[in-house]
Structure formats: C-alpha cells, structure tokens
Design a protein around this ligand. Structure first.
Ligand code: NAD
Length: 499
C-alpha cells in the first residue's frame, strides 16, 4: 500500500523572500479521513457537560497566552506585520476572544423556554429551545490575520460541542502550524481539532468532505467558487469576503485627529486588513488641501523590516500581491485619479509598496471602480456635495463590510452611519471593531453573510432544536374527526387575538 505524501509548503519572509520553514502539506485525499476522525471525536465531546468543554478551552487559552510572544514573532516574520502590531491586532484579540468564549458560551447557548401564552388554542405546554452542535465544522482561513481569523472561530465551534478541521492559508502555513501546536497542547480529545495544510486543492477537498458547515474567509472570487460547491452539497456556510471600506469625513471633523485615525486604519498591516479604509469622502469641503495633507502624513510612515521597533509598515504578502496593487493604482490613474503620494514599489528586496494616496474629482467614480476590492496600502479621496451623496457614494460599491463617519456632531454622524449598507459601522471609529470579542463581525452584499465573533458567531456553530413535551393525557384540539367545537374555539380566538 502506498501512503500519499504532499509537497511541503515553504513559508517565506515577505520582507526578504527568504525561506522561514517547511511545513508538511496534507494530501487532499487525506482530508476526508480527518473529517471522519473528527466526527468520532465530536460525538463524545458533544456529550461532555459544559464544565468539561470549558476546561479544555481554558487550557488552550493558557497555552496561547504562554506562547503569545512566539506567535507575534511568527506573524511578524511570515506575514510582515510590525511586531507590536502583530501582538496588538492578532494575538491579544485572539486571547480576548477565547476569554470571552470561556465566560459567555454557557449564557449564550443556554436552553430557553418559549411559552405559547397567547396562542392558547393550541393547548400546548411551553417549548424548550436547545442549541445543538452541528458536527464537524470546516474552517478555511485567509493569511492576513492567521491567528485572529481562526482562533475565535475554532473556540466558538468547540465551545458549542463541535469538532473542527481547519485549513490556514498556504501563505500562513507556519503560523497555522504554531496555532495548532497550542491547541494540541491543550489536551483536547484526539482528532477533535485538526489542521490540514495546503492550497486551494486542500481547501476544495475540505469543502467536498462531510462537514456540517463551513466558515470561509477570503476573496470574493474564491468565496463564490466555494459557495457553488457547498450549494451543490446543501452545506451551510458563513462567508467573510472582501471589502472596500469607506470613511466619510464631515465638515466639522478636526483634521489632525481624523487624519491620524484614518492614516492608521488605511495603512495598518500595509492596508491588508479586511476592514482597512480604502475610500475617503469629504463632505462639502475642498478635498484637494485635505488630501495633500493626508498624502504628506502617508509619506511620513516608516517603512522597513517589521522586526524593527521604529517601523510602522512592513511588506505586502508577496510580489504577486504587490504587482496587483501597482496595476490597480495605475488603472486608477489612467481613469483620471491624481497620484499625491506613493504609487510605486520600494526598491530592493521584499514586497514593499509605498503608502499611496490618490485624489479624484468630485463626480469622478472611474478611479474608485478601478480600485474596488484592492488589498494594499492605497486610499482614494473624493469630495461629495452632502450627506446624502456621501451615503450614495459609500453604498455604490458592491461590497459592504465596514464603514465609518467622522465629525464632532455625533448625532449627524450617526444619522449618516444609519444609511450605510455595511455589516459594521463606526462613528469616529474604524477597523478596530474586528477586535471586539463580544460583537459580531461580518459583511453584507458581496462581502458575505453570517457572522463571526460575539453571541451571533457562537450561535452560527449550532442548530436550534425545538422540544415540546406534553402529557399523553392532556387534551389536544388537533384530532380527527374535525368537529364544530374546534370551529367555535377558533372563532372566539380569532375575534380576541386577530381583531
Ligand atoms: P483567498 O481567497 O486567496 O484564500 C482564502 C482561503 O481560501 C485560503 O486558505 C485558500 O487556500 C482557500 N481557497 C482558495 N481557493 C479555494 C477553493 N477553490 N476551495 C477551497 N478553498 C480555497 O484569500 P486570501 O488572499 O487568503 O485573503 C485575502 C482576502 O480575504 C481579501 O479579499 C480580504 O478582504 C478577505 N478577508 C476578509 C475578511 C472578512 O472578515 N470579511 C477577513 C480577512 C480577509
């Protein structure tokens, strides 16, 4: 008998292109075996009382905390995030999410009772609504937040009594392997959470395996392909896809504070955060001076080796990603945008790209179309006439992940925020909301559906089961033969309740 062996994945440092590690790949044909093994582990796990599951999560939380520095260093090396950012935007929010899960899962997933009260004609006792585990949950992650996109989802799945087979991106295989080590060290049942490593062919094998639900994070194109395959199998999913986030700056927004916040939001992770600001709309004020000042701030960002403490912006994940960003910036310029800062790769090794600020004329939408869904350190600024036009401009994108409104008058900002078709919206806040352990995150429109994080994310890992238990002797109106008596009861009920 021959044992299938997959080529190892080569983890690279995007700052230098140097090899970091070789990670064993999973042969695609092995994926369904992992799912079958997980299904066996899941049955016993689901029978454990919450206190038993909570202990497993606590041990994982402790292990993740113990190896926090190592994980942050791994994210810095493999993804190219500045080390402090890797800790603040990846590891700490992941620890927070586990802590929230440990403290909140019992409350969120508690059975509830729904009494029929006013539906008295049914003569039914209260129903009990239980939250049942689904079975084996498949998780496919993107590379840009290799810990934060996966750890909370895995924690929610197992807290709810599921098993997990998960696949990190092939571009973050080393971070994925380290995260799995922390899970293995938690002493969970054998096979309850397993990692499979590889690219789209391994992801596709997971999609076609016997998973009860799939949580997918990635780009629109791949997300749609995955949804087609899941649809054919009737498998439900949560899909967290691309965004094209906008910030609306109202006339009373103070320049210094607003620019400082937007500069961070736009260029954090080299603009490769799903909720990075990509479009800035200035309401009823000349965009040119604002955009020029913003461009000078973008130019002041310190680019370089993300291991160094005096660096704010590391490389893009790969040369391919950098070339894609550059092509789109050129397309936006060809469509009429003015380049105010950046717009070119940094000379030398590594996939670095300069923070880029573009300016479009008031009614010029072509450059935005050229940039839609871009994943890099690029912002386009445009003036709009009023709040209504701002909402229209934000909503013109097919994506609807997150957005923000900036200004002193919070009532006006809030009213505008209410008109934006997005899954997450901030007033004087952007991007950071993804770190909120207790609030759901996710998009609308082409940005996907379903939620991760918070109670909604936990509930995604369950199926509701309604249980009604009555005495065999209790009277029941619904029996043959139909009688006039039931008709009389319903007439009275109709008059009383549905007048
Ligand atoms: P990607 O679509 O290239 O890959 C995502 C994952 O899907 C990877 O693990 C990949 O191997 C896998 N995959 C690719 N094709 C597949 C297939 N046919 N079947 C099964 N799996 C397949 O995305 P990426 O480059 O890793 O991530 C960047 C994208 O993710 C950006 O568009 C970003 O906006 C998005 N993203 C969204 C969120 C969110 O919360 N909405 C969060 C992070 C990233």
């Amino acid at each position: 008998m021959t044992t299938a062996v997959a080529d190892p994945l080569i983890a690279r440092n995007p700052s230098t292109g140097a090899e970091l590690a070789r990670v064993a790949g999973t042969p695609p044909e092995r994926v369904s075996q992992c799912v079958d093994r997980a299904a066996i582990a899941q049955r016993c796990w689901a029978d454990r009382p919450w206190s038993g599951r909570r202990e497993g999560l606590r041990r994982w939380h402790r292990e993740l905390g113990r190896r926090a520095e190592e994980l942050a260093e791994a994210v810095c090396a493999e993804i190219g995030k500045p080390a402090g950012e890797a800790m603040a935007a990846e590891v700490i929010p992941s620890l927070d999410a586990l802590r929230w899960t440990i403290r909140s899962a019992a409350r969120v997933l508690r059975d509830r009772t729904e009494s029929p009260r006013w539906q008295r004609w049914l003569l039914m006792p209260p129903a009990r609504i239980e939250r049942r585990p689904l079975g084996v949950v498949g998780v496919i992650g993107a590379w840009n937040y290799p810990i934060l996109l996966n750890a909370p989802v895995i924690a929610h799945a197992i807290a709810a009594g599921n098993a997990v087979v998960w696949k990190p991106s092939e571009l973050s295989s080393r971070c994925g392997a380290l995260l799995q080590e922390t899970i293995d060290a938690a002493g969970l049942p054998e096979g309850l959470v397993s990692i499979v490593q590889g690219g789209s062919e391994v992801g596709s094998a997971l999609v076609h395996a016997n998973v009860a639900k799939l949580i997918f994070t990635g780009g629109l194109h791949n997300g749609r392909r995955v949804l087609e395959a899941l649809g054919a199998r009737g498998t439900p999913a949560v899909v967290e896809l691309s965004g094209f986030d906008a910030a609306v700056v109202l006339p009373d927004a103070p320049d210094d504070r607003t620019m400082a916040a937007l500069r961070w939001s736009a260029f954090l992770g080299a603009g490769q955060a799903c909720m990075s600001v990509k479009r800035v709309f200035l309401v009823d004020r000349p965009a040119e001076a604002w955009a020029e000042a913003f461009a000078r701030q973008a130019e002041a960002i310190r680019i370089g080796d993300p291991k160094r403490p005096d660096v704010d912006l590391g490389p893009l994940i790969s040369d391919r990603a950098r070339d894609d960003v550059h092509d789109r910036v050129r397309a936006a310029v060809a469509a009429g945008a003015r380049l105010l800062a950046g717009g070119e790769p940094v000379d030398g090794p590594g996939s670095f790209y300069r923070p880029t600020v573009l300016l479009a004329d008031r009614d010029q939408e072509g450059p935005e179309r050229a940039l839609e869904g871009i994943f890099g350190p690029v912002v386009i600024v445009r003036e709009v006439a009023d709040d209504r036009s701002a909402a229209e401009a934000v909503n013109a994108s097919r994506f609807g992940l997150s957005a923000s409104v900036w200004g002193r008058d919070r009532r006006r900002a809030r009213a505008l925020a209410d008109r934006l078709d997005v899954g997450v919206v901030g007033v004087n806040e952007a991007t950071t909301f993804f770190a909120l352990a207790s609030a759901p995150a996710g998009g609308v429109k082409a940005s996907g559906f379903g939620r991760v994080h918070g109670a909604e994310g936990l509930v995604e890992m369950t199926a509701p089961r309604t249980v009604v238990s009555r005495s065999i002797k209790a009277p029941r109106p619904q029996v043959f033969p139909y009688s006039n008596r039931l008709g009389r009861v319903l007439r009275v009920y109709r008059r009383l309740v549905h007048r």
